[in-house]
Design a binder for this molecule. Structure first.
Ligand SMILES: [Zn+2]
Length: 455
């Protein structure tokens, strides 16, 4: 069943909402376009503003009420103007089919891709596990946008269109659950009783997926021992955070990152891969080694102040709407998460389903600088986790032992740490916790984390 309370959904480009009478003229006009007539296979031979208005009051409303048919409008996110139509139909327990067409004036702006992405969020939030789609073989534009949106071709065969024609169709399917197998079989090195005698490397690296590395600064180098993330796409790599130490002698982050990128990228020219260095937030233990990348070729280091973060990702209505970051056949979503720090963001990796939560959630002391902003950010992340498959929530520190005890602050040795990765339910536990705290100052203890609200 479709959960219509999830609508509308929007990103920076489009809004997905039910079709209304206000869309009638633009919808009818769009259906007269030759490409729509040839390829959309709409149920009716002809649409008028009157027939669309009647549809909005009738079949559209009834389908949404029953939860088995959603006739939606793809609207411009800024003006709410009709840009196209997206229909979710044949809804079963686990899956539904999606179809779409665009008004000619809205083509070529990434509208269809955004709308398909939002339809996947809507379906995921409704508890579905897959979306299917069909298109005719010569509709290469639709096939390209389906492929870019995570749909894979599952076969070809004759089928009946919504208009009742029997034609050859290409079948597509998108699994809405995170399917990449992740390797978390790692024991993180957590310092040494005598830091000066710690034989372990200054930076530990572990490939969690074949294109995602988690790095940890040795506690013997700096007690914060932050985790960092290297995510590899076809056109560029993304390094999230640069640790707590600037000096490359003590903390050779750039050297380690270059070796990781070169081992993955089998191109002819070493160091040819572009690198984007970004941050979960601006605190010093997450950006100390930025300077090591300042003179690296083909490298962009994103600033850590709020204006720099807004400008780099193009946030328009911070902190409401996430932005996308395309690394080349690998898209991440950058989700505003202020509260611990004004420019904090979370990163959602669509490929692995990992939600990188920075210092907003990890097994340790969650320091809240701005309570109202933090509460809203936790709500935003919980909603995101309901609309997207989450494999794990992964933060940047570990400060509780496996038994749930706090390690003393500043200590350089953490025997018996729990895993870094937390299940998505930890997000709802944090949401429950902040509701319970209700803004009260103090150090609040919960099973998986502490919430420190001291300002
Ligand atoms: Zn921090």
């Amino acid at each position: 069943m479709l959960d219509i309370t999830r609508l509308p959904l929007q990103d920076g480009t489009v809004r997905l909402r039910p079709l209304t009478r206000a869309d009638a003229a633009a919808y009818a006009e769009g259906t007269t376009d030759p490409a729509v007539r040839a390829r959309a296979h709409l149920p009716e031979a002809e649409y008028t503003p009157e027939s669309v208005a009647a549809m909005a009051d009738g079949v559209v409303r009834e389908g949404l009420q029953r939860g088995d048919l959603a006739v939606l409008t793809i609207a411009d996110a800024g003006t709410d103007e009709f840009a196209g139509s997206l229909v979710i139909f044949d809804v079963s327990q686990d899956e539904a089919e999606v179809g779409f067409w665009l008004h000619p004036r809205s083509r070529g702006r990434g509208v269809a891709g955004s709308a398909l992405q939002l339809s996947a969020r809507f379906a995921t939030a409704s508890g579905l596990h897959a979306l299917t789609a069909r298109t005719v073989p010569d509709n290469t534009a639709a096939q390209a946008v389906l492929s870019r949106s995570g749909f894979v071709e599952t076969g070809r065969g004759r089928g009946t269109t919504p208009s009742g024609q029997d034609v050859e169709m290409v079948h597509y399917r998108r699994d809405l659950r995170a399917t990449t197998t992740l390797d978390w079989s790692v024991t993180w090195h957590a310092g040494h009783p005598s830091p000066a005698h710690d034989p372990a490397p200054k930076i530990q690296t572990h490939w969690v997926a074949d294109d995602l590395v988690v790095l940890r600064q040795n506690k013997s180098v700096h007690f914060e021992a932050p985790f960092m993330f290297l995510i590899l796409g076809r056109s560029r790599a993304l390094l999230i955070d640069t640790g707590a130490t600037a000096d490359p002698e003590d903390f050779p982050l750039r050297q380690v990152v270059d070796e990781l990128i070169d081992s993955w990228w089998s191109g002819d020219v070493p160091h040819a891969h572009e690198l984007l260095v970004a941050h979960t937030h601006g605190h010093g233990d997450h950006r100390a080694a930025d300077g090591q990348f300042a003179d690296r070729p083909r490298t962009t280091v994103v600033g850590h102040s709020l204006p720099e973060v807004l400008a780099h990702y193009g946030f328009g209505d911070w902190p409401a709407t996430p932005r996308q970051l395309d690394l080349g056949e690998r898209v991440l979503d950058v989700i505003p998460a202020p509260g611990h720090h004004p420019s904090a963001t979370a990163f959602y990796d669509r490929r692995t389903g990992l939600l990188l939560t920075g210092d907003s959630l990890y097994p340790g002391r969650l320091y809240v600088e701005d309570w109202e902003a933090f509460v809203a950010s936790v709500d935003r992340l919980v909603t995101w986790s309901q609309e997207h498959p989450i494999s794990y929530a992964v933060g940047c520190h570990i400060e509780l032992s496996a038994a749930g005890q706090e390690y003393p602050m500043g200590t350089t040795h953490h025997p018996d740490e729990p895993p870094l990765q937390m299940p998505a339910s930890a997000l709802t536990e944090l949401q429950t916790a902040v509701r319970e705290i209700d803004g009260q100052q103090g150090r609040h203890a919960f099973d998986r984390f502490r919430v420190w609200h001291l300002l």
